[in-house]
Design a protein around this ligand. Structure first.
Ligand code: NDP
Ligand code: MG
Length: 394
């Protein structure tokens, strides 16, 4: 029986993963080692009971009594805190879903790789923050790292059986989000509630806002570079409002392989779950005649500066990815809290990167987890100061 763990089980990706596992036979077909969540204790307990998990972990100590209550009499072990989540990753499982949101997903992902199993990586932040470390850890322990982000799963699928040296370009698509055709003036007053409404995908709150600002696509540019090792100038972003084509790979003979699918993450999760085979996944089948047309346009670098910042990060490498992601997380917190405007998020990230770069803190090659976590911490402090200065300058 295949053993699995789901980190971030109660989130949007976690729910889709749970759905596929239940449809695939649930506890009769899979042995569930660990499920983790944060605040949604009732759902975490429900999932743990449904899959008869060995262990359920919440990220927050104050949620532990509620988790214990909800799992009383089930025989399922309970634990709480960031360390307990990392320890849950120390328990071997054949297939692990990494779907915690933010840099908090990095340590559990690294620890899970040490068993040499498969890590299905939805948590793009860990590749942006510590790509070389993650890949080196996978290689060292003979683990398999599979992309779950839809664009990266698409690129991965287009590359199966291909010679990577024949690849000329990789194009990832962006929906353009809810503000694709907003004017700069309209963009001054965007609220978090508006930014959370993605036109095509149903996702967690944070990634939805990142999609609206194109910070999600910025993270994905870096993710493409780190995961596949292509040069930054081989990687392009195109806005494609229908979100039907997820990525395209262009070869040296002029041919381009495109990956199409409905906007349902269960395709990419299912691909990672069944790899190296193809398994049935219950997503809607595309009706091309009904779709009729697919549109494309170049993203606007003025209204969406996140992509330019990602290019700077790809040129710099070193610890700049860790700084970029951490600053973005603080800026996003500021926007959600009402301390920062929508456009202010990019300003805070840019200020943070240029300050840290001037101190020569970024150009160091990240060789250890400690280097990465120190930079994550420093960038969060620098970005928090930048949020304060932004407010004072208003
Ligand atoms: P959600 O916000 O829906 O879920 C996040 C999960 O992480 C929840 O289980 C949440 O627990 C848990 N969590 C939150 N904070 C912490 C923390 N500090 N420590 C441990 N666990 C925590 O996010 P998504 O499912 O949308 O995204 C998850 C990851 O997948 C992200 O990295 C995102 O970029 C990536 N991704 C998501 C896609 C999507 O379609 N949603 C598409 C491609 C990539 P709780 O809910 O119990 O509080
Ligand atoms: Mg994506």
């Amino acid at each position: 029986m295949r053993s699995i763990s789901i980190f971030g089980a109660t989130g949007s990706i976690g729910e889709s993963t749970f759905d596929l596992i239940m449809r695939g036979g649930g506890p009769e077909a899979y042995r569930t080692v660990a499920l983790t969540g944060a605040r949604n204790i009732p759902r975490l307990a429900q999932m743990a009971r449904a899959l008869n998990a060995e262990l359920a972990v919440t990220a927050h100590e104050d949620c532990l009594p509620a988790l214990r209550d909800a799992l009383a009499g089930s025989g399922i072990e309970c634990a709480a805190g960031a360390n307990a989540i990392a320890e849950a990753a120390d328990r071997p499982a054949d297939w692990v879903m990494s779907a915690i949101v933010g840099a908090a997903g990095l340590v559990p992902g690294l620890r899970a790789l040490r068993h040499g199993g498969t890590l299905a990586l939805a948590n793009k932040e860990s590749l942006v923050t510590a790509g070389p470390l993650l890949l080196a850890t996978a290689a060292r322990y003979g683990a398999t790292l599979l992309p779950v982000d839809s664009e990266h799963s698409a690129v991965f699928q287009a590359l199966v059986g291909e010679d990577k040296s024949a690849v000329e370009r990789v194009i990832i698509t962006a929906s353009g989000g809810p503000f694709r055709s907003f004017t700069m003036e309209q963009m001054q007053s965007i609220t978090p509630a508006q930014a959370m409404k993605h036109p095509n995908w149903s996702m967690g709150q944070r990634i939805s806002i990142d999609s609206a600002s194109m910070f999600n696509k910025a993270l994905e540019l870096i993710e493409t570079r780190e995961f596949f090792g292509f040069d930054p100038d081989q990687i392009e972003v195109i806005t494609h409002p229908q979100s039907i084509i997820h990525a395209l790979v262009g070869f040296c003979d002029g041919g381009i392989m495109a990956h199409l699918g409905p906007a349902d993450m269960r395709h990419a999760i299912g691909f990672a779950l069944h790899w190296p085979h193809r398994g049935d996944v219950p997503v809607e089948r595309l009706d091309l005649a009904r779709l009729a047309s697919l549109e494309f346009e170049a993203p606007d670098p003025v209204r969406f500066p996140a992509l330019r910042l990602a290019r700077d990060v790809m040129a710099m490498r070193g610890l700049s990815g860790a700084a970029f992601n951490a600053a973005k997380e603080i800026a996003l917190d500021g926007f959600i809290a009402g301390d920062l405007s929508f456009l202010g998020m990019a300003e805070v990230v840019e200020t943070t990167l240029s300050q840290l770069s001037r101190q020569n803190s970024l150009q160091i090659d990240a060789t250890t987890l400690e280097d990465v976590l120190n930079m994550d911490h420093l960038a969060r402090e620098t970005a928090a100061d930048a949020v304060k200065s932004w407010q004072q300058g208003r």
